[in-house]
Unconditional design. Sequence first.
Length: 148
Amino acid sequence: LTRIGQPVPSLRYTTLAGTSGNLSEMQGKVIVLDFFATWCGPCLMKMPLLETEVWQRFPRDDFVLLAVGRGHTKAELVEFADTRGFTFPIIPDPDRSIFDQFATEKIPRTYVIGGNGTIIYQYVGADPVRFDEMLRVVGKALEDEARE
């Protein structure tokens, strides 16, 4: 339902920690938005990399990582995050209202949103080559934001 170059859908969210926001109001920040499910094998392979290679790597002044648990309640995700030691923001999406604005199927699904609020990269799956490409896109977007 999305393509590179289009504005990110305007949506409100609340993380497990209780922080609320709206994607369209994060101008000037580079955002990695990842959709996952706790039962999804490729998602479970990718999420530790999101913690170490994305969340712990990039400075938080101009960067946000948000993981959306498609079809999961807050209670399910609190236990999941605590058990696995994830420290990045996780958003429950029990009715798939967030996911449905981006796609109709297939996870893991990752988006990079530039500081201007448009989608600058997206991919489905846990392919290491695409993950590395996503890291390069994030790094370049952060450099571009620092120059502006």
